[in-house]
Design a protein around this ligand. Structure first.
Ligand code: GTP
Ligand code: MG
Ligand code: ZN
Length: 356
């Protein structure tokens, strides 16, 4: 099998087990449906399921395939159907907390090189939400690029104002304004889309992710829908994540808009996203300063002086608390889950023994 033709990233090439290639083919997960997966090998896309052994070994959602994953798979019936045996190592994994009360990871995409966080320049624009995305993306060691869509709806002055605010809050992140409507700025996005790399479109419903993808493809392959007039909210038009290969060989993952973005255990992502605040913490009087009320806290004085905005400080403290709380709950749940899995497996074994 031709690994180059598969667009298999160089990082993975020496991690492929040559022994396994006798029995399995390598394929990439391009979509996850309710009951099955879609795989792409050199030739075409086929539906696939997990083996019983794979399912048995799953301990959390982190162990299941997601869009962008590379897998060892066996093909059947003239390559019209496949079974997934094992995941290949992941170069990166984008994950968030599932929405609602349950503390579990939801996988968004694997092996992404660059994440495009899209906000539209109408009422969707929100710096605090952007910081949440950045924490998740930095935690995964993925390069973030901010796309500001619908630039046709604002004046140049309004656009400038927003870009200045963004640069001061996130000086290291590239910000690209564009319009799907009149095409301005789209070429600058195209320049990022190098062959062989994987890109992911993230952002609220209705900001124009799928419209951009259609534009990049040069045809209206995927459904888009106007936002509701009364509150300018999107209608959740894209219902599943899928990976599309562009003509030049760059790969783009489109995702459904997210209503909320909770993070679990993103300490290093927060450090990178709030590097200005983290730098200040070295100057706090107490080494175990919580930056909430202590005397001699350098962070609190910066907020008082106004060099760190109230909103940014608040968002940092809030996300730190939330991320730590979610991590503790997740680990606790997982520990209990493991005990249960162990018990279940030993009972199974006993059953098999007694049957013999
Ligand atoms: N004015 C303007 N409208 C746009 C632009 N880009 C997209 N739209 C419109 O915004 C609406 C929503 O676009 P979609 O591409 O479906 O949004 P999405 O981000 O994919 O939304 P979900 O799939 O629900 O997550 C459509 O009516 C688009 O025509 C733009 O640059 N300018
Ligand atoms: Mg969409
Ligand atoms: Zn402090």
């Amino acid at each position: 099998m031709n690994l180059e033709k598969l667009n298999l990233i160089p990082w993975l090439r020496d991690k492929v087990d040559p022994e396994k290639l006798h029995d399995y083919k390598i394929a990439r997960v391009t979509a996850v449906n309710k009951d099955n997966f879609v795989l792409n090998n050199e030739k075409n896309e086929v539906f696939a399921e997990l083996t019983g052994k794979f399912l048995f070994n799953v301990e959390s959602s982190l162990d299941t395939p997601t869009v962008g994953d590379w897998v060892y798979a066996k093909y059947f019936d003239d390559d019209s159907f496949a079974v997934i045996h094992e995941l290949l190592p992941r170069k990166s994994i984008l994950k968030r907390k599932t929405s609602g009360k349950k503390i579990e990871f939801q996988l968004i995409a694997a092996n992404v090189d660059t994440a495009f966080i899209m906000q539209s320049l109408d009422s969707n624009y929100n710096l605090q939400r952007l910081e949440r995305y950045l924490a998740m993306i930095h935690e995964a060691n993925i390069c973030p690029v901010v796309l500001l869509s619908k630039s046709d709806l604002v004046s140049l002055e309004q656009l400038d104002e927003k870009i200045v605010a963004m640069h001061s809050a996130m000086p290291d992140v590239q910000v690209l304004p564009f319009s799907n409507l009149n095409g301005s700025g789209v070429d600058a996005i195209r320049e990022h889309l190098v062959p062989g790399e994987t890109f992911c479109l993230l952002g609220s419903s209705g900001v124009g992710k799928t419209t951009l993808l259609n534009k990049l493809l040069g045809e209206n392959l995927f459904k888009t829908q106007a936002v509701r007039e009364k509150d300018e909210r999107g209608r959740h038009t894209t219902s599943r994540r899928h990976l599309i290969v562009l003509k030049n060989g760059a790969m783009v993952i489109d995702t459904p808009g997210m209503r909320e973005l909770g993070n679990i255990g993103v300490e290093s992502g927060l450090q990178e996203t709030f590097s200005d605040i983290v730098e200040l913490t070295n100057q706090c009087r107490f080494s175990n300063c919580t930056h909430l009320q202590e005397d001699g806290c350098a962070v609190l004085s910066a907020v008082e002086e106004g060099s760190i905005s109230q909103k940014r400080y608040h968002n940092y403290i809030q996300m730190k608390k939330e991320s730590a709380f979610n991590k503790r709950s997740f680990l606790e749940r997982r520990r209990r889950g493991k005990n249960f899995a162990r018990l279940y497996k030993s009972v199974q074994k006993d059953n098999i023994k007694t049957r013999k």
